[in-house]
Design a protein around this ligand. Structure first.
Ligand SMILES: [Zn+2]
Length: 67
C-alpha cells in the first residue's frame, strides 16, 4: 500500500481531519480531491520502484586480449 506524502515537505505525517488531510510537519492542508491525486502519484511511483528492483547479479564476461 502506498503511503501518502506531503508534496511540500515530503513528510508522511498526514492526518485526516474535517474531510481533509493535514500535514503535521508543515501544516499544509489537502482536500480529499487533492489527496486522491497525490495517492495516485504515490502508487505509480511505487510500481516504478518495484520494476527497478529487477536487477540480478551480472556476469562480467570480458574478452581478454592476448597478444
Ligand atoms: Zn508537509
Amino acid at each position: 500500500m502506498a503511503v501518502l506524502k506531503c508534496e511540500v515537505c515530503g513528510s508522511n505525517q498526514l492526518i485526516k481531519s474535517n474531510n481533509a488531510f493535514k500535514c503535521m510537519n508543515c501544516g499544509m492542508q489537502y482536500s480529499l480531491k487533492e489527496i486522491r491525486g497525490v495517492f495516485d502519484a504515490a502508487q505509480a511511483a511505487e510500481k516504478a520502484t518495484q520494476r527497478a528492483k529487477d536487477d540480478g547479479c551480472s556476469i562480467n564476461n570480458g574478452t581478454a586480449g592476448k597478444g
